[in-house]
Design a protein around this ligand. Structure first.
Ligand code: DAH
Length: 350
């Protein structure tokens, strides 16, 4: 027993001197003093020794324990000191703290505003909580229009105003059209770009209940359809680049006559409707994506804005920002909901 203790002391001291990290030192401590550690087991066997040698062995065991614990303690301090006095290269570039940036939708809004400001549009903002009158009624939309259903529009649970009707979460930026005419005291020229949050109860690959639209409205003497087409072409060139195409399809909106839908070829399949592996493009299905609507302002809308439709004509268009941004080249985003998921791994890529 005497010898075993001496051996344990010598081999452990040797082992301590070769140790290079705190983790290894802790491991060694457990190997010796843990519940089934080498020293612990030796100590447990003392009661089995003849009575007369027990006091002597007990004393030696205490001494070995003290020595080893002391050696481990000193080694621990040395390792700590070494860590603190490690050589430091002060010229080494520091690790930069992570920097945030604007959300891609905010960036798209800034870009779109700049494009339209260049050709004389005024950047205007109207209400997110709007009266039925501005959102629907003044835009020539009949009471039974499907957009007025409560599964298409969020209604505010408040008593309606006798003159403006129910309060709604503005479902489109077209709500700003008559507001802008009023703000200009019904005196054209009107050249508005209105970018705002819009709300509709939809949730799928291409819709979120909150989204952004931008609305263009121009009213002046002698405005005709070529001004609309020229403006859309200018925007497409500036924002998407020359490789993307748009097309106008005859359509129907209550607040424009004639009306069109503006499409752009899909940025993922580039208008083919199929992916390279032959599968149907699940983003667009047909090669074209709908950006939004456009048309010549309906005389009834001018009337609601107290503008004489004999003297003045106008055009308007309204598109979704999220879709518009995704259709820009290089943005292969096939689920619009990612934009608002707040997953930093997604957002920091842009
Ligand atoms: N407000 C329409 C929508 O949200 C889009 C729209 C269509 C806006 C035609 C317009 C327009 O200004 O002329 O679907």
């Amino acid at each position: 027993m005497d010898q075993k203790l001496q051996q344990l002391r010598n081999s452990t001291i040797k082992e301590i001197s070769g140790i290079k990290s705190r983790v290894d030192l802790n491991r060694l401590y457990l190997k010796i003093f843990g519940s089934s550690g080498e020293f612990t087991l030796l100590l447990k066997s003392i009661p089995e020794l003849p009575k007369e040698v027990r006091p002597k062995i007990g004393k030696l065991a205490n001494q070995v324990k003290k020595e080893l614990e002391q050696a481990i303690l000193i080694k621990g301090r040395d390792l700590e000191k070494g860590r603190l006095t490690e050589k430091m290269d002060v010229t080494f570039p520091a690790v930069l703290p992570p920097l945030g940036h604007l959300h891609i939708v905010t960036k798209a809004i800034e870009e779109i505003v700049l494009i339209f400001e260049k050709i004389g549009f005024n950047n205007r903002h109207y209400r997110e909580i709007e009266w039925d009158w501005y959102a629907f009624e003044s835009l020539n939309m009949p009471k039974n229009h499907p957009a007025r259903d409560d599964f298409e529009t969020f209604y505010i649970d408040e008593p309606p105003s006798p003159s403006f009707g129910q309060m709604v979460l503005s479902p489109h930026t077209s709500s700003g059209q008559v507001r802008e005419m009023e703000a200009l005291k019904s005196r054209p020229p009107v050249r508005m770009i209105n970018i705002a949050k819009c709300y509709r109860p939809n949730w799928d690959l291409t819709h979120t209940p909150m989204f952004h639209q931008f609305e263009g409205l121009v009213v002046d003497k002698g405005i005709n359809i070529t001004h609309l087409k020229g403006t859309l072409d200018y925007f497409a060139r500036e924002f998407f680049g020359s490789e993307r195409k748009t097309r106008l399809r005859p359509f129907h909106f209550q607040f424009t006559e004639p009306s069109f839908e503006v499409d752009i070829n899909c940025g993922i399949c580039l208008g083919k409707g199929k992916l390279e592996n032959g599968e149907n493009c699940r983003f667009c299905k047909s090669g074209w994506l709908e950006l939004g609507g456009a048309g010549m302002v309906h005389p009834e809308v001018l009337k609601a804005g107290k503008i004489n439709s004999q003297d003045y004509t106008g055009f308007a268009f309204g598109w979704g920002i999220e879709r518009t941004y995704m259709m820009k080249s290089g943005t292969r985003l096939d689920d619009i909901r990612l934009l608002y998921g707040n997953d930093i791994r997604f957002l920091e890529q842009f």
